[in-house]
Design a protein around this ligand. Structure first.
Ligand code: DGJ
Length: 736
């Protein structure tokens, strides 16, 4: 059994071929942690890996306590997994084992997105119930081990079985004590237009964290962190990953104590959080996915890619090839007419585009960003035959039609705000802060969610709409839930997210054939919580190919190619003004879900031919680009950052595409070799170049040679002075 229970020593051992997670009911009934990491043999006791009995730092300095869900005031003076304030103001909680249940498969969380199984034989689960006798607080800690992935999903359900209300001030999704702290802390941080840059720093004594307090996971940090040994590379070495399936205020923290152990905590950010748990009430906290590898960061990423692509994303679009879209935003911004859109779509169709997406500006009287959010009815000045008329003209061209919405927002200049000013988040009697001239609707209120479901369902039902881009362009200020009593204001941010998830769940089930793409001013909410509803996300508003190398590299640490929306845009680039070759823009955007974000009517005849060639090339290799095994080869964050390389390999290793990019050209370079990964060492591969160009090596090479000796780049030949900066070369490998 993948979940082993040894009653005499009260030890649980979750294991598959690659990892083990071992915990134990200690003598005093607390749940102690023994091991998470490489696979240990089943049928053995590991109790010596943890303390014999509960003891704190205060009196057993040589024996740090590793509890599965530590609480404050216990002698373990580190930050807690769970902090509950009782009616008398005290926060002491003695969680003791009460029962457990081992079962096949995996259960869903209540109201929250989570990973799932399709068959019970894909995973096994353990639920351990702990209880604090004096207060009646019960905690069910849930663990799922996936059979063919080195990953454990953890979550917690709190129940107040006592007769007095308590306040939950901190309820982490996972808390894990590691026996040493000799790790690099990796996180994905940045800002608008430069999201998810990879940051690595050595752990130091004390607490180090990334977090959000914005009401969204944010452009600034991502709810994914990893720990890697200094010697760990993409291809080898130990690493742990911690990913939180949540889209709001989160905390991912590592606390290094004086004994050089490391406590990792991930969950809802306790800052500002306070949840009243009335007698009989329960609270589910989001799921965290913990992964371990001794085979490098590439393997760690692949664990998350597979799990999130296949068992987090849901619905018919999970497995379907994603259409190549053309988005109108950078083509027209707010200024368009129906005929102009049809003209753009017509050229796009001729080039091979499959889906035309009308972005912002189609509703109310939205000629700029100062009005109309909330007024989800079509602007007949721009679209005289309505969405239906436009969509039918687009469909008549042979394209699908997609639409932009931003349901969580309201403009002060809108009918909705005039009718329901109290629906906008804010504190009565205080000024609301405008951001991008808009307010956030209070989705913690069920009637607001109900209204939005009706309004958006009306839009989606009014025309043949195949795709929705769900945007969210500002974060929450003056957080306050008008419908919540004072003692429940600490619930506002989480209740807002529960409202977002509820709206997503209702719309995706009412329109199961519609492909949803999430967006938040670009990549401001690129997280696993939304991937459960929208299987792809707009990765960043920054479409510059060189910037995108860093953004897509960082994003790929946790997120699969099938989730990464990547577009070719016009030059000079609208975010950085850089002029890059059209082929380079495509060669970067190919690695993900390809789209175009430009006005195709402005392309020259040569450019149109090139784009048509790009589309034909991508369509032939779509499965590889969207669902292949993605391997990072040369980091844009390493060395001078001028070279980047990555590749995608078919599941059966029959084909691969390698992307090699040079940001700034170097004079007189050496003879480069690029060592590939993931190929069949016994196979021979035919190598061709895209765009077709000079290849210095013979057309056939062995997989062993490509991985162990490397692909000869011959940079001195093809990367000579005439090629300039911002170059890209793809190598296409087909098994002979
Ligand atoms: C921000 C998005 O990231 C853009 O792609 C675009 O949809 C604009 N919002 C529209 O307002």
């Amino acid at each position: 059994m993948p979940v082993e229970w040894i009653p005499d020593s009260r030890q649980f051992h979750l294991h598959n071929d690659r990892v083990s997670y071992v915990i134990r009911v200690l003598e005093n009934g607390a749940l102690g942690h023994l091991h998470f990491g490489g696979r240990l043999a089943a049928g053995r006791l590991y109790t010596h890996l943890g303390p014999e009995r509960f003891a704190g730092f205060s009196n057993r300095l040589d024996e740090p306590v590793a509890l599965e869900y530590p609480t404050p005031g216990s002698g373990d003076f580190r930050a807690a997994g769970l902090t509950v304030e009782h009616a008398d103001g005290s926060t002491v909680l003695d969680l003791r084992y009460r029962s457990h249940r081992i079962y096949r498969g995996k259960e869903d969380l209540v109201g929250l997105p989570s990973t799932y199984v399709e068959r019970d034989d894909e995973a096994d689960s353990l639920a351990v119930v702990l209880a604090d006798a004096p207060s009646g607080i019960e905690v069910q800690l849930s663990y799922t081990i996936f059979h063919d992935l080195p990953a454990i999903a953890r979550s917690a359900r709190l129940t107040n079985a006592g007769d007095t209300a308590v306040s939950v001030r901190c309820a982490m999704s996972a808390c894990l004590d590691l026996p040493d702290s000799d790790w690099q802390f990796l996180h994905l941080s940045g800002a608008w237009a430069r999201e998810r840059h990879l940051v690595a720093r050595r752990l130091a004594p004390g607490r180090q964290s990334v977090a959000s307090l914005r009401g969204a996971s944010g452009h600034q940090h991502n709810p994914f962190v990893a720990l890697a040994r200094a010697a760990t590379t993409e291809a080898g070495g130990e690493a742990y990953g911690f990913s939180l399936i949540y889209s709001g205020n989160f905390l991912a923290e590592v606390d290094v104590d004086p004994y050089e152990t490391a406590r990792v905590r991930v969950g809802i950010n306790p800052e500002g959080f306070c949840w009243t748990l009335a007698p009989g009430a329960g609270l589910d906290v989001p799921e965290a996915v913990l992964a371990y590898t001794d085979a490098g960061l590439g393997d760690l990423s692949e664990t998350y890619h597979r799990l999130y692509r296949e068992r987090l994303a849901r619905g018919v679009w999970r497995d379907r090839p994603r259409p190549i879209l053309l988005n109108s935003w950078e083509a027209t911004y707010f200024s368009f007419t129906e005929d102009r859109l049809v003209e753009i779509a017509g050229v796009a169709r001729d080039l091979g585009i499959e889906l035309f997406v009308l972005d912002d500006g189609w509703f109310g009287t939205r000629d700029d960003d100062t009005s109309s959010l909330g007024d989800w009815f079509v602007d007949r000045r721009k679209l005289p035959s309505g969405l239906d008329g436009l969509a039918r003209r687009i469909e008549a061209l042979g394209l699908r039609f997609g639409l932009w919405i931003e349901p969580e927002m309201v403009s002060p200049r809108s009918q909705l705000f005039a009718e329901h000013p109290d629906w906008a988040v804010g504190v009565p009697g205080r000024q609301r802060t405008e951001s991008r001239n808009q307010y956030v609707l209070d989705l913690s209120r069920p009637e607001v969610v109900e209204h939005l479901f009706g309004a958006i369902a009306d839009v989606l039902g009014s025309a043949p709409i195949s795709y929705v881009k769900w945007d969210m362009n500002r974060n929450i200020t003056e957080p306050f839930g008008l419908a919540l009593p004072p003692e429940r204001q600490g619930e506002f941010f989480h209740r807002y997210l529960l409202g977002v998830y509820d709206l997503y769940a209702r719309l995706t089930s009412a329109f199961p054939d519609v492909l949803f793409e999430s967006c938040a001013g670009g990549g401001g909410r690129f997280d696993p919580g939304l991937l459960a509803f929208a299987p792809q996300a707009w990765t960043s508003d920054d479409t510059d190919a060189i910037e995108r190398l860093r953004i897509q590299w960082g994003t790929s640490l946790c997120y699969p190619l099938s989730s990464i929306g990547a577009h070719v845009s016009a030059v000079p680039n609208h975010q950085v003004g850089r002029v890059t070759p059209l082929a380079t823009r495509a060669a970067v955007a190919f690695f993900g879900v390809l789209g175009y974000e430009l006005d195709p009517t402005r392309l020259t005849a040569d450019e149109r031919m090139a784009v048509a060639d790009q589309l034909a090339f991508y369509k032939r290799r779509r499965e590889l680009f969207q669902r292949g095994r993605f391997l990072r080869l040369l980091s844009p964050f390493g060395g001078a950052g001028d070279e980047t390389a990555w590749m995608t390999v078919a599941a059966d290793r029959s084909a691969a595409v390698v992307g090699y990019y040079v940001a700034l050209n170097r004079p007189n370079p050496g003879p480069g070799r690029l060592r590939l990964r993931g190929l069949d060492p016994d196979a021979r591969y035919r190598i061709s170049a895209w765009p077709a160009g000079r290849l210095d090596q013979p057309l056939e090479r062995g997989g062993d040679e490509l991985m162990r000796a490397g692909l000869v780049l011959s940079r001195d030949r093809w990367e000579a002075a005439r090629h300039g900066d911002f170059r890209a070369q793809l190598f296409v490998l087909d098994r002979v």
